[in-house]
Design a protein around this ligand. Structure first.
Ligand SMILES: Cc1cc2nc3c(=O)[nH]c(=O)nc-3n(C[C@H](O)[C@H](O)[C@H](O)COP(=O)(O)O)c2cc1C
Length: 380
């Protein structure tokens, strides 16, 4: 069944997408982009087997900036791909470094599951605190160790998600769950969590405002739009960035309503609907968890990533959704006031809030695309 452009537009205008659109396009699952989730654990070589889980780690804008050198036996050298940074929203690559920390923690957990000890030396040749460069991010020795303990978080790597959907506002986040989550950190970071209605109200408001700033600041908004992967074939070709998939997005794209150009036009319905979807997530937070560090070194940032991955996996194990919302924590001039206010509300004036996530309940969501492991091995 084919639908005329005018009819499709009127349906979208009314805010209802009917089953006909779904029939029109059929199954739009980007199978190639999701294959790494099936390939995890299928490699014979132990470092590759652990790495096949590490590449499923959360990371900002799904840039997957990791690269590994496997040339030396019993070792993995981790580098950052400096073509995959986010200079506008993450000018010092603080968040990119956090994502690399998430990668290291999932690597460690997966290696331990197989009886391998990973000893991680971070930034063995030093680092620049203002920008990441070509020096190694970590030197990881990878050796068999029969005494190593398995991490109970391992089974949750394949079902972990960043839950970018509205939460059920009828379902409260229980106190004991907040306690469990905030005790899971083990890498010199400090976790706090809340389900207090008054704090939730204030944080919803601040994170909403921060999102509006990002969307209304042309260069920060464009940084996201440039990373849109619209529809199945774009997602399969570039399994990273911000994937806008599924029958609805494919339909809007097929009739020309959703393109990078229409998304950039702040008068368009694509822009308005995109903004509405993002705000619907932010406005339904039912609790929050955040990580702070006393200082803000690259080592702190890697540690934050390691603990964020742990929190995300622990949340998955307890059936609750976790969604990072980072806008108010970003270091560009237009965000400065909001940055300061959020540190105030979180009672973290003397420390640095490194990650903030909203908590709540929602139906399961599909995994996010990944580049295959082979694309990330720079020396075998
Ligand atoms: C440091 C960091 C910051 C992030 N900030 C956001 C954010 O502000 N908004 C968002 O929707 N997702 C955010 N994410 C989640 C990523 O977008 C997500 O990990 C990525 O798209 C891959 O999806 P997955 O975690 O479901 O595998 C962040 C992740 C990290 C590690």
């Amino acid at each position: 069944m084919k639908m005329g452009r005018r009819k499709a537009i009127s349906i979208i205008g009314g805010g209802v997408i009917v089953g006909a659109t779904v029939l029109f396009l059929g199954s739009r699952r980007p199978a190639k982009a999701l294959a790494p989730w099936q390939q995890a654990g299928t490699y014979a070589e132990p470092r590759r087997r652990a790495l096949s889980y590490a590449i499923l780690a959360p990371n900002p804008h799904n840039r997957q900036p990791w690269q590994v050198d496997l040339a030396q036996e019993d070792k993995i050298i981790l580098y950052v791909d400096t073509d995959r940074l986010l200079p506008h929203t993450d000018p010092f690559s603080r968040q990119i470094t956090i994502g690399l920390g998430c990668f290291l923690e999932q690597l460690r957990i997966a290696a331990a599951q197989d009886g391998y000890l990973t000893t991680i030396t971070a930034f063995p040749q030093g680092y620049d605190k203002n920008q990441l460069d070509k020096r190694p991010v970590a030197d990881i020795s990878f050796v068999r160790d029969k005494t190593i303990k398995k991490d109970p978080l391992f089974p949750h790597i394949l079902t972990r998600r960043s839950m970018k959907v509205p939460f059920d506002t009828e379902r409260l986040v229980p106190d004991d769950l907040l306690q469990d989550l905030h005790h899971i950190v083990q890498n010199n970071t400090h976790a706090e969590a809340t389900n207090k209605p008054e704090t939730i109200r204030r944080l919803r408001q601040l994170t909403h405002e921060a999102m509006a700033i990002e969307l209304k600041t042309p260069r920060t908004y464009k940084e996201s739009v440039d990373l849109f992967r619209i529809g199945k074939s774009e997602i399969n070709e570039n399994p990273d960035g911000i994937s806008l998939g599924g029958p609805l997005m494919d339909s809007l794209s097929a009739i020309g309503l959703l393109t990078r150009e229409t998304a950039l036009d702040t008068e368009s319905s694509a822009y308005q609907q995109g903004m509405n979807m993002l705000m619907a997530n932010i406005d339904t937070a039912m609790g929050y968890i955040w990580l702070t560090t006393a200082t803000n070194s690259r080592i702190d940032q890697l540690n934050v990533g390691r603990d964020w991955a742990r929190i995300n996996l622990a949340a998955t194990s307890r059936g609750i959704g976790l969604h990072p919302i980072s806008q108010a924590l970003q270091e560009y001039p237009e965000m400065q006031e909001n940055f300061s206010q959020i540190h105030d509300v979180l009672d973290a004036k003397e420390t640095r809030v490194q990650m903030l996530g909203r908590l709540g309940y929602a139906a399961p969501v599909p995994p996010a695309p990944r580049w295959p492991l082979d694309a990330k091995i720079i020396k075998a």
